[in-house]
Design a protein around this ligand. Structure first.
Ligand code: HEM
Length: 214
């Protein structure tokens, strides 16, 4: 379909941020799991040696969390909780079976995505702070042993929570046809919006077929 008939859902800057986060996130998770959980040590081979995995992990982690936070700030206005959201959540069975007529109309993001958004906010901030606290030899010497132990525990819990939500996010993104194409090329069709995010069409910014602005 011609771009003129399509609606801009993700600006170029956000798309670059998103796929950069995916690439650096892959390296962060593989190297992190390799030295955090002994049974996943074999994953460290992507970095060459276990020492290299330890060196790469905090750098890749920062390269993942910082653009993710930028993206979260830019998407904040789309993720505010709205009055229809609880009703949508209670109608989750109809959402799964695509009974659109029984689901309240939602806007730019559905409540499931909004929960995911909040989880990414909390876990990316917690992972960054605790990661810096345990970063040897640069920052860890400034904290006592008890603080570091808490940091390690919180870091591991947040990493597992983030991973679970990323898997759910991946599944949701690939389940909804046209969603990944939207994140790759920026545009979605009017029919896609009507089916998945009908209130998005009421947004005066989206009504005009504007060219992409950053
Ligand atoms: C290969 C893995 C991934 C795929 C295929 C994917 C796909 C997508 C797609 C299609 C969207 C747009 C959804 C829509 O338009 O409704 C999106 C949004 C988003 N993704 Fe991903 N994603 C992946 C990994 C990640 C990771 C690792 C993170 C961060 C940890 C992430 C964070 C986000 C955020 C913050 C949004 C904006 C959603 C919002 O504001 O609620 N994604 N992703």
């Amino acid at each position: 379909m011609h771009k003129q008939n399509m609606i801009l859902r993700h600006k170029l800057f956000d798309r670059i941020c998103h796929w950069f986060v995916v690439a650096t996130g892959l390296v962060t998770f593989l190297t992190g799991f390799a030295f955090f959980f002994p049974s996943f040590q074999w994953l460290g081979s992507i970095a060459g040696t276990p020492q290299m995995a330890r060196f790469v992990h905090p750098i890749a982690g920062l390269m993942m969390c910082l653009p993710l936070m930028v993206m979260l700030v830019r998407y904040y206005h789309h993720n505010k909780w709205e009055k229809n959201d609880l009703t949508w959540m209670l109608a989750i069975k109809d959402v799964m079976f695509e009974n659109e007529d029984k689901i309240p109309a939602i806007g730019h993001y559905n409540p499931g995505q909004k929960v995911l958004f909040r989880t990414f906010v909390v876990t990316s901030i917690a992972l960054t702070i605790t990661g810096i606290m345990m970063w040897q030899p640069y920052f860890a010497p400034y904290f006592d042993a008890i603080a570091i132990q808490w940091a390690i525990l919180i870091h591991a819990i947040c990493a597992v929570i983030m991973l679970i939500f990323v898997i759910v996010h991946f599944w949701m993104a690939t389940w909804v046809e046209g969603s990944v194409a939207g994140m790759l090329y920026g545009y979605v069709s009017r029919a896609w919006c009507k089916k998945h995010h009908p209130n998005m069409l009421n947004d005066p910014e989206l009504k005009t077929n504007k060219q992409e602005k950053h």
